[in-house]
Design a protein around this ligand. Structure first.
Ligand SMILES: *Cc1c(COP(=O)(O)O)cnc(C)c1O
Length: 430
């Protein structure tokens, strides 16, 4: 399969370049020349397949021309070592729990698949690969865990100082070994800008053998489409997916599942007050702007990096995007109220990101009463303990062991100004 840049369809590369370079030199995003479609054979059987078998079929559809089947099976098996259970709060109100991986957020799916695919693509090479990643909270932890101890790689994580939760920070800064954390004096958008500036510096990026682990990387998106298919068959009628969104990688993966042939009733782009996409869906003009801090911090994104992919999937048509995706935004006060309401009504502890989704789902069902919604619960509530305890009191949320042991580990991070030149000279000096 060939891949092209969303900014220039004639800039075409192979799989290895699309995954390892991550970002085309023209600052677009790589897309497959043709989005794959799964055939009738698959859709006749899909309700009876295992999660892994769905993964093999999707991975094969995207990467089968370039990666042999036995390697893909190994990559998928290594990724899906945990399930994505569907929990029904009420008849039409379903929650897809995506937090059963090692770092308790949905990003484990993408990061684990990407680390394994990159490992396969660079097999037998002796140059060290430097993985750069900007994180608003969960990406860094998932990527760090997926690459920790992977030979021939080192990972540099940029996170915004004071804007990730205490436990999230521990997940980024306590692994050591080939994982280094940079604490940037700025916002997530600043971190993302620094990462981009390093990639756009061709000479630097080639010399350091840089690769990106952000959701601009296609290898992260493909495995995220597995669980859309896996969950849709567990409800009786065709569902709508409600996706708490920041950089819109997760929602883009849902759109790719739809293009693969998955029947869906629609998507809801649920955001906090960083509502650039809901606003675009509403009015037709796209106005990226600096992000504002909220309690659903992994969605504090003012210039969503996958927006160009969404536009490409809908052939640049606002009308078509609007026909498939509804946008709904809410503020922190409503998010907090939703956390309390879900607990009071269902005795279910939903994290602030899931709560944004749950609210949007309820609002969406008011105008589509017959359609079941599947809301993606993107993180375990224990990752946002401060907010959960403020709303539900102490000791309501159980802290999984793999998170609890981090509390006593010592944070190690390098302070960094939000200046491109300073970041690049730091990189050079290493
Ligand atoms: C990353 C993240 C999101 C946003 O996902 P995108 O793919 O960037 O839209 C939502 N919730 C949580 C908990 C996250 O970690």
């Amino acid at each position: 399969m060939r891949y092209h840049s969303t900014n220039n369809p004639s800039h075409r590369v192979d799989l290895k370049e699309a995954i390892l370079r991550s970002l085309p030199p023209d600052n677009g995003l790589y897309m497959p020349d043709e989005l794959p479609v799964l055939g009738e054979d698959f859709w006749r059987l899909w309700r009876d397949l295992s999660f892994q078998e769905i993964g093999y079929a999707v991975a094969e559809a995207f990467f089968g021309e370039d990666v042999p089947e036995d390697a893909l099976v190994e990559i998928v098996d290594g990724t899906l070592e945990f399930d994505a259970p569907l929990v029904s709060l009420a008849e039409k109100d379903h929650i897809l729990e995506l937090f059963h991986g090692p770092t308790l957020a949905f990003k484990d799916f993408g990061a684990r698949f990407m680390a394994r695919l990159m490992g396969w693509l660079t097999r037998g090479e002796d140059r060290e690969l430097t993985v750069l990643v900007a994180t608003s909270g969960d990406t860094g932890g998932a990527v760090a865990s997926a690459f920790h101890h992977v030979e021939g790689t080192r990972v540099l994580i940029l996170y915004p100082k004071g804007k990730v939760s205490g436990l999230q920070e521990k997940q980024l800064t306590t692994l050591g070994g080939n994982i280094h954390a940079l604490e940037v004096d700025g916002s997530f958008d600043d971190c993302q800008r620094l990462v981009k500036s390093a990639f756009l510096d061709r000479e630097l990026s080639e010399r350091l053998n840089l690769t990106s682990a952000n959701s601009i990387n296609l290898a992260r998106l493909v495995p995220q489409s597995f669980y859309y298919i896996h969950s849709a068959r567990r409800v009786d009628e065709t569902p709508a997916f409600v996706v708490p969104s920041g950089n819109f990688g997760n929602l883009t993966a849902g759109l790719m599942a739809m293009r693969l042939g998955l029947p869906v009733a629609g998507f809801v782009a649920a955001t906090n007050i960083n509502d650039v996409v809901p606003e675009y869906l509403d009015r037709g003009d796209y106005r990226p702007r600096p992000s504002a801090a909220t309690i659903s911090n992994a969605m504090d994104v003012g210039a969503p990096s996958n927006f160009a992919r969404m536009q490409a999937i809908f052939g640049q048509s606002w009308e078509q995007m609007k026909a498939t995706i509804s946008g709904l935004a809410c503020d922190d006060a409503s998010t907090r109220a939703a956390i309390r309401e879900v607990w009071d009504t269902h005795r279910y502890a939903i994290d602030p990101h899931g709560a944004v989704g749950w609210l949007a789902a309820r609002q969406w069902r008011e105008s589509h009463p017959d359609v079941p919604t599947i809301t993606l619960e993107t993180a375990h509530p224990a990752k946002f303990l401060d907010v959960m305890e403020q709303e539900l009191g102490a000791n309501t949320v159980e802290i999984p062991d793999r998170l609890a042991i981090l509390a006593d580990r010592e944070k190690v991070a390098t302070p960094m100004a939000a200046e491109e030149d300073e970041f690049k000279s730091w990189l050079e000096s290493r």
